[in-house]
Design a protein around this ligand. Structure first.
Ligand code: G3P
Ligand code: MG
Length: 369
């Protein structure tokens, strides 16, 4: 790059500022590195200025994704500096000994991620489709593909013997579903079931004397989403629909079937990922731990400032702007034009806007010098 990065932040050493980099649309477009990305990250590493990668992407174990990023960006990375959409799910101990449905991603990679997180009983829509192809007749053409990665179900779907039927205690969307019809059908079956027992239907709350606790009496399996992005920057020149689009479609079905919020019907769900506080708080704690490791044995001041560099105003800028660090760390946001946001005035006001990630790092270093 003709542009050069400089820093005269020696008086900050060890650096009391750090970076959080979004991936899609900032460092990569699908598998292709964005010009200047490798140079920017390797300069920070040479200057021992800490950074983490914070993405709404996922679908593979952190170790697998980091290995791929190292190969694409040609710089050393490790999982201590990496947070993806479903990383925080690893902390949900209450489901580790229960049966969960994991939706999304290629083949059954997300099952293996959940197993690696410690979830012992993981079912996928493919497992159900292979055993019960009539559950969604329109995916029967994909049965050969599903058979390659399906596992046996822990219990059958047995409407005649509900107590012995497959019971799902929580539903997780780990990554973008590849078969929206199959995945939406199975999630909806579970949400409408009696306490997560596949093949049953919860008695509708038709009793006018009951407080309208909604469509389900109790035990609705909790639905966890890992990424709210309606759009994301892939290889195509225009943004592509993300996991947030699947959520909108699924909840459109939920409302059509149950009447939804207007009828006082609540969907028990949790959304994580950028822009939500939980994900930024999780990322900040990981960044601070990574910084401690980087400067191990050296006296350091507390982390003062983080620069969040992203391409999506709705997740990266909105999240970075609204995050109030419990540790008092200041977060500033830099919007780049290499991803979802291209031109015009963004819906969420960043600290600054730059052409690309290289200029973003240059701007921040100048501000710190
Ligand atoms: O599925 C990935 C997409 O939603 C955006 O990822 O890296 O821009 O947060 P990222
Ligand atoms: Mg992005």
């Amino acid at each position: 790059c003709s542009r050069s990065l400089q820093t005269s932040t020696s008086d900050h050493h060890p650096s009391d500022f750090a970076f959080a980099f979004d991936i899609d649309g900032v460092l990569l477009r699908s598998h292709d590195p964005i010009p200047g990305a490798r140079e920017a990250l390797s300069f920070l590493q040479a200057q021992k200025i800490p950074f983490i990668l914070l993405t709404n992407g996922g679908g593979k174990h952190e170790s697998e994704r980091v290995a791929e990023l190292m190969d694409k960006l040609q710089i050393p990375l490790d999982t201590s500096m990496f947070v993806q959409s479903h990383t925080p799910f690893a902390d949900l101990e209450q489901y580790k000994d229960k049966t969960i449905l994991v939706v999304g991603g290629e083949e059954d990679k997300c099952r293996h991620v959940a197993n690696a997180y410690g979830f012992k009983s993981v079912v996928t829509p493919a497992d159900i489709m292979v055993q019960y192809p009539s559950i969604w007749p329109f995916s029967s053409q994909f049965l050969d593909y599903y058979q390659e990665t399906a596992d046996p179900l822990p219990s059958p779907i047995d409407a005649a013997n509900p107590e012995g039927s497959l019971k799902v205690d929580a539903i997780f969307v780990y990554n973008d579903p590849r078969d929206w019809g199959l995945d939406a059908t199975i999630i909806l079956d579970l949400l409408l079931s009696r306490s997560g027992i596949m093949g049953t239907v919860s008695p509708k709350n038709n009793n006018p004397d009951l407080p309208n606790r909604g469509y389900l009496q109790e035990g609705q399996p909790h639905l966890y989403y890992s990424n709210p992005d309606l759009w994301w920057a892939a290889k195509f020149h225009l943004p592509r629909l993300g996991q947030g689009a699947f959520r909108e479609a699924l909840e459109g079905l939920w409302t059509a079937v149950t009447g939804g919020e207007k009828k006082g019907v609540t969907l028990q769900k949790t959304l994580i990922g950028k822009p939500y506080h939980m994900t930024y708080d999780f990322a900040e704690r990981k960044l601070i731990k990574h910084r401690e490791d980087l400067f191990s044995g050296t006296e350091t001041n507390p982390l003062r400032q983080v620069y969040m560099i992203g391409d999506n105003p709705e997740s990266d800028i909105r999240g970075g702007n609204s995050f109030r660090s419990p540790l008092g760390t200041k977060w500033s946001t830099i919007l780049v034009k290499t991803g979802v946001h291209q031109t015009g005035h963004p819906a969420w006001e960043p600290t600054t806007i730059t052409k690309d990630v290289y200029e973003a790092v240059k701007w921040a270093l100048h501000r710190e010098s």
